[in-house]
Design a protein around this ligand. Sequence first.
Ligand code: CP3
Length: 332
Amino acid sequence: MGLFLDTCLGKDLGNKSKIPIWMMRQAGRYLPEYLKEREKITDFIEFCLTPDVVTKVTLQPMDRFDFDAAIIFSDILIIPHSLGQKVWFEAGHGPRLSNIPGVFIPNWEENMAKVYQGIKQTREALPSNKSLIGFAGSPWTLAAYMVCQNKIESKENLYKALKNHNIDELIKKLIPTVATHLVNQVKAGCDVVQLFDSWAMLCEPKDIKSQILDPLKQILELFWSQCPGVPFVYYGREISHLYDDLIAIQGPLILGFDQSAPLVRLTACERVTQGNLDPDVLIAGGDPLKRSVEDILRATEGKSHIFNLGHGIKPETPIKHVEEMIECVRGG
Ligand code: CP3
């Protein structure tokens, strides 16, 4: 239990002193203690598959900021990797992927054993009032990386790459994999899961139903059939106007808002909400940060809201500004 889980389940009508807080990408390059660990293992995938290291870096932001939830240190690209599509990261460039294999590795779950071991160890080390979040990329966002084989720079790049692939077929194959990976993370010790749909805004409007909304509903059905009652956060970038379509879904679905979503959308959302603080405002700090935090708190007053950024924290963010943000949410 704890504040984060209670809020996910809509149990707590957040007043200002009772708002859970965590940050997307909270274990990462803005932390000197993270960079120190990264220096020791230069291969990022190997880093993600070393349980002791995963536990250590997952707990780093908890030790420093006492967040209400930890997110397991891993990456959305661990799924293509486990299916047999090689993934590597080039400094200053971002992710690179080999060709999509003709046949996916059927026993891909075995390639995830170290991820699940890291979750088990982290859950054991975390106090019981702190939640552990597991995650995966959405089929659409994973498929986008898998066909681009690169960082996704532009819509043109993605659409050119899509020409050479049967994207609907790929998404169909990824649905059970994503759902199973989320279920396995709960079995290993995660309390909540989050689906990252970071490239949702690049989906053509005519395809949003078949490539984003229907796969999400299928994943929810598969996930809750095995993990009934476990909270599920859906984070889609720049598509919060479509969230009205998700209101009818039965179950603890939390909606994550990026920074492009106007505050009125959070206020009107008949679900538990999360996010919305602009990571660039966090970099700026000072009065603009204070005002943005207060605006979000005001817009979500009286409803269940999880304080978070609208996207991952950027490496150049001053740690002092993270402290200011937390102070403003918890004490200010
Ligand atoms: O949130 C956390 O603290 C948990 C760890 C986490 C990472 N990636 C660690 C990571 C999570 C939840 C992710 C999700 C992820 N990975 C997403 C969805 C969220 C988003 O930001 O949109 C995406 C799109 C990826 C794919 C990916 N992995 C990218 C684009 C990059 C950045 C490449 C770069 O060099 O800028 C990564 C690498 C990565 N994943 C890093 C971290 C801390 C940085 C790599 C490093 O430490 O050298």
